[in-house]
Design a protein around this ligand. Sequence first.
Ligand code: DX5
Ligand code: ZN
Length: 224
Amino acid sequence: MAVILAPSILSADFGNLQRDIEMLNRSQADWIHVDIMDGRFVPNISFGFPVMQVLKQHAKKPLDVHLMIVEPEKYIERFVEAGASIITVHYETCPHLHRTIQQIHETGIKAGVSINPHTPISLLKNIVPHLDLVLLMSVNPGFAAQKFIPETHHKLQELRHLIQEQNSQARIELDGGVNLENAADLAASGADILVAGNAIFSSSDPEATIAAFKKADRERSHIV
Ligand code: DX5
Ligand code: ZN
């Protein structure tokens, strides 16, 4: 299966946001990953609804919203109104995770759960049958351009087994430190969706880098 590539808008040039969104529209990117940070769950603040408004207005691809915020249940409806096609909340922020997932589904969009690098896969056992996706953090959330944590490879295998064992339809998304060097390996190990921020936007030609990710994936899926 071809991997879904979701460039993270966090690494875009916010002075030229419309230009960067239009580049993503033209490019081979599949989704647009939207990182929302509150300065409480993570030690950084990214952006909120005014920027979502610009995304909604210009983006022609699904907005994959990753909520790194405490009490995400308070804002689900607003993010749906702001154009989210998928909302992912963190396991670590949701004492009533099952209810929060129901709340997302009731709005008619897809729901995901993300876990931090230290959070064990086994904690997802009872929620995974209800999910459209699981987002595995391969860095500690909060910042772009961090180094991929190698233990994520093992968690990816474990998650694949759990999804199979629980008969879940959930897709696996990997987020943090993904680049052209490790992407093919991650897709071959079962990642369905790859997020990449720094690797795309800090390259000299982001649109060509997106094409290179997709080309490497096509070559991989012919080999596998
Ligand atoms: C980290 C965010 C990521 C990040 C990915 O907290 O969730 O989506 O923007 O950025 P790179 O690809 O630069 O690691
Ligand atoms: Zn993210």
